[in-house]
Design a protein around this ligand. Structure first.
Ligand SMILES: C[S@@+](CC[C@H](N)C(=O)[O-])C[C@H]1O[C@@H](n2cnc3c(N)ncnc32)[C@H](O)[C@@H]1O
Length: 308
C-alpha cells in the first residue's frame, strides 16, 4: 500500500505512521498527516474544527504555520446548540462514528465538563445518541450548520466510516447530506484500530477503510443538496420488475404448493395487475414459461421449485 507524503493527495490515502500532533491515546483520533496534506494541497490559510477531539487539526495547522479555530464538547462547545463564530475557508470535520466509541464520560469526565462549562456533555454527545436514525438526523443537522457558515468557495472535508451491526451496514457516507459541489471521495485506509486485534468469524468482512468527503460551497444562498431517503418498496408496484420476479417473490412465503387463486390474491391488487386486462392469463403463462423456477405438483397447484 502506498504511503502518503505531504502534498501528494490521491483518491486513496494511507498513513501507517500516524505522525505528530493530537494524541494517539484519544480513541478514534486521526492522523495529522491527512490534515496537513489537505492544507498543503489546497493552500488553506486557516482551518476550523468543531469536534477537534485531541486537537489533531490544531496541531497539524500549527506545524504548517496556519492559524486554526478548534472546539469540542469537552471544552465548552456543543455544535448542536452553540453558534459558530467564524466564517471559515476550510472546516475539517471528524464526527463520532455513532456509538462505536463513546466520548463523554469515557474519554473525558462528564462531571469535569459540568463543573467547568455548566452542562452535562452526555446529553449533546453524538456518540451517545440512542438510535441510528436519530444519529443520522443530528449528523445531518451538524453538516448543514457547518456548510452554512463557509465563505464562498469554502470547503468541508468530512471524515466518516461505515458501521456494521447485526449483519447490516450503517453507512455514514451514504446517509450524510451532501450540500454544495461534490468534489471528491477519498478512501483512507485504517491503521492501528482496536478492531485490528479482533478475530472475526463467519461471513463478517472487516472494515479497514474510512471515507473523506470533500464538498465546496461554490454558490452561496442557493446550492444543490444530495439527500438519502429510505423508503419501503413493494416489488408488485415497482417499475422495471417482471411478472417472473413478482410471482417468485410472492410465492416465497408458501413453502408448499398453493392454489392459483391464492397466487392471484397475492398479486391482483397491485399496479401491475390493474394495468393489464388479462393479468390472470399472464400469471399462468409466466408460471409455465419458467419451469426452472416454478413447478406444479398437481393441476391448478403451484409452488417454487426450490421448495418442491
Ligand atoms: C472522532 S472524535 C474527533 C477526533 C479528532 N479528529 C482527533 O484526531 O482527536 C469526535 C469528537 O466529537 C466530539 N463531539 C461529540 N458530540 C459533539 C457535539 N455535540 N459538539 C461538539 N463536539 C462533539 C467528541 O467529544 C469527540 O471528541
Amino acid at each position: 500500500m502506498m504511503t502518503n507524503h505531504a502534498n501528494t493527495l490521491t483518491t486513496v490515502v494511507s498513513y501507517p505512521e500516524r505522525g505528530v500532533g493530537g494524541s494517539n491515546k484519544y480513541r478514534g483520533n486521526c492522523s495529522p498527516k491527512l490534515i496537513s496534506d489537505l492544507i498543503a494541497h489546497f493552500g488553506f490559510h486557516e482551518v476550523c474544527d468543531y469536534m477537534c477531539g485531541s486537537n489533531t487539526t490544531g496541531d497539524a495547522a500549527a506545524s504548517l504555520g496556519v492559524s486554526s479555530h478548534t472546539y469540542d464538547l469537552h471544552s465548552g462547545f456543543d455544535l448542536l446548540h452553540c453558534n459558530i463564530p467564524e466564517r471559515p475557508q476550510f472546516i475539517f470535520w471528524h464526527p463520532p462514528y455513532w456509538d462505536i466509541i463513546k466520548y463523554s464520560d469515557v474519554m473525558y469526565r462528564a462531571a469535569d465538563v459540568q463543573q467547568r462549562y455548566g452542562y452535562d456533555p452526555r446529553q449533546f454527545d453524538l456518540s451517545r445518541i440512542p438510535t441510528w436514525e436519530k444519529f443520522v438526523k443530528a449528523m445531518n443537522y451538524c453538516m448543514m450548520k457547518q456548510f452554512c457558515v463557509l465563505e464562498k468557495g469554502g470547503r468541508m472535508a468530512v471524515l466518516v466510516g461505515d458501521i456494521k451491526k447485526k449483519g447490516k451496514l450503517l453507512s455514514m457516507l451514504f446517509e450524510l447530506v451532501k450540500p454544495g459541489t461534490l468534489e471528491n471521495v477519498i478512501i483512507k485506509t485504517q491503521h492501528n484500530c482496536v478492531s485490528d486485534r479482533t478475530a472475526y468469524s463467519g461471513k463478517f468482512i472487516p472494515i479497514v477503510h474510512e471515507y473523506l468527503l470533500l464538498v465546496r460551497k461554490d454558490i452561496p444562498l442557493q446550492y444543490p443538496m444530495l439527500i438519502t431517503k429510505q423508503i419501503e418498496g413493494d416489488i408488485r408496484d415497482m417499475r422495471g420488475t417482471t411478472w417472473k420476479d413478482i410471482l417468485a417473490d410472492a410465492m416465497e412465503s408458501f413453502q408448499s404448493a398453493v392454489h392459483l387463486e391464492q397466487i392471484y390474491d397475492q398479486v391482483g391488487q397491485y399496479d401491475r395487475a390493474r394495468k393489464q386486462q388479462f393479468w390472470k392469463d399472464k400469471v399462468r403463462q409466466t408460471l409455465l414459461v419458467y419451469p426452472n423456477i416454478f413447478t406444479s405438483p398437481q393441476r391448478g397447484m403451484w409452488m417454487l421449485k426450490k421448495y418442491a
